[in-house]
Design a protein around this ligand. Structure first.
Ligand code: GLU
Length: 428
């Protein structure tokens, strides 16, 4: 989000420029890939419950579609900016490429705070978003999905509006739909599980047993919740999570030294991942104001919230015990912090690899929707594991062979594929 001196798009461009230089990309390819192909800015008027009208700003950015239709989520957030959406669209291009699915990169957003909107108002917002873009998204063009503060219900309203406008059924328009309404089993779990598939592989490569590891998690939304579930399932322990407190407008870290209990915590959490502080204290949690999750004496850090969290300031708080960071969020680490992580020799599983499980499962959902035939959950999750594991192993092998930082190795693979597709199409 927009914080002083932080611009996610500049960060995404800086990461790209560094690797483009190493790859000796020609000038035209560099110019094409460091900017989005297209961006849409528009207004969405909504008739509010109190009878007034409010106008919201919406965006869709299509960064690159050389490898297939654009793909990427839509975020609802009060601090959304077009530069953040541009960065996220670019990261979607690399994400789809690194896991080798035939899709490009897009992202959308609306400046709004769903905490303060009724369901009816949110529905109007979703329908309005689609009305502005009905010619520019579509199953063969650009396929949206859920992201921060959007969910399956939002996707279904958007699909319904698109189908009403176009007079036919297009279940492949959008992914993350409800089960039974074109959604794929496993999609809700996919991003969080995907993070842990990569963590599991990294631990295996380092000869460490998951049952001997402890993790601290930032966030308690969809990604964090399912990452914790699978991490505990493979034997690991999570000692804290954090979340944004809407009332106090700050974050809190919820800590239990012997390990958090996912089920009971979920029982006191709202639909935005906000945990009830009083009930948590009653359950024996230490409730620490601020971002204490990063200062914990753990082996693994899992930032699963928003961008710009591991910064020049906060990176110094990471304890020497930390050996791994797996980025469940998009863009949590700034370039300055990245340098420090590299110097500290912490093994990083970069965002667009670690959290690619969501879009990979979205791809499976699209395939199922287009066939109108749905797979069993086991089949979805085992295909997901296969894709994530193979992408992880390719990146870690390249990093080892060429002594590259994991983030750079992932970029090398992703950028090369997209640059080649642009070349093969005769664009540059
Ligand atoms: N919003 C998710 C992401 O950042 C998923 C995108 C998708 O499924 O298209 O990867």
């Amino acid at each position: 989000m927009a914080t002083k001196n932080f611009n996610a798009f500049e960060m995404a461009q800086a990461q790209f420029d560094k690797v483009a230089e190493q790859l000796e990309l020609d000038l035209a390819t560099k110019a094409l890939l460091r900017q989005p192909l297209r961006e849409y800015h528009f207004s969405i008027p909504v008739h509010m419950d109190d009878g007034s009208y409010q106008v919201f700003r919406g965006f869709r950015v299509q960064h690159n579609d050389a490898r297939g239709p654009g793909k990427g989520g839509i975020r609802f957030h009060p601090q959304e900016t077009v530069d953040t959406v541009k960065a996220l669209a670019m990261w979607m291009t690399w994400k789809c490429s690194v896991v080798d699915i035939p899709l490009g990169g897009s992202k959308g957003g609306v400046i709004c705070d769903p905490h303060n909107l009724s369901l009816r108002e949110q529905e109007q917002l979703c329908r309005g978003w689609v009305r502005q873009l009905s010619k520019d998204v579509g199953p063969l063009r650009d396929v949206p999905a859920p992201d921060v503060m959007t969910n399956a219900q939002h996707m279904l309203w958007m699909l319904d509006e698109f189908e009403a406008i176009n007079g036919a059924k297009y279940p492949g328009l959008i992914t993350g739909k409800p089960i039974g309404m074109g959604g794929s089993l496993g999609r809700t779990e996919a991003t969080g599980y995907g993070v842990i598939f990569t963590v599991r592989e990294a631990l295996k490569e380092h000869n460490i047993k998951p049952e001997n590891t402890v993790a601290a998690v930032q966030g308690f939304g969809n990604v964090a919740q399912y990452a914790i579930e699978l991490f505990e399932h493979i034997g690991g322990k999570v000692i804290c999570v954090s979340c944004w407190d809407q009332e106090d407008q700050i974050s809190y870290t919820f800590k239990k030294k012997d390990g958090i209990d996912l089920k009971t915590l979920l029982g006191i959490t709202d639909r935005f991942g906000g945990i009830n502080k009083i009930k948590a204290k009653d359950l024996g949690y230490e409730v620490l104001p601020g971002d204490k999750w990063i200062e914990q004496e753990v082996d693994i850090l899992l930032p699963c919230a928003l961008e710009n969290q591991v910064t020049a300031d906060t990176v110094t708080k990471i304890k020497p015990s930390v050996k791994f960071i797996a980025e469940g969020a998009n863009g949590p680490t700034t370039p300055e912090a990245d340098k420090v992580i590299q110097e500290k020799n912490i093994f990083i599983i970069p965002d667009f690899l670690a959290n690619a499980g969501g879009v990979t499962c979205s791809y499976f959902e699209q395939v199922q929707s287009n066939m109108n035939y749905y797979w069993e959950k086991d089949e979805v999750l085992s295909r997901l594991d296969e894709k994530m594991t193979s992408a992880y192993l390719k990146v870690s092998e390249l990093a080892r062979q060429r002594k590259l930082y994991m983030r750079d190795a992932a970029y090398v693979i992703a950028i090369k594929r997209v640059a080649q597709a642009c070349k093969d199409r005769g664009w540059v």
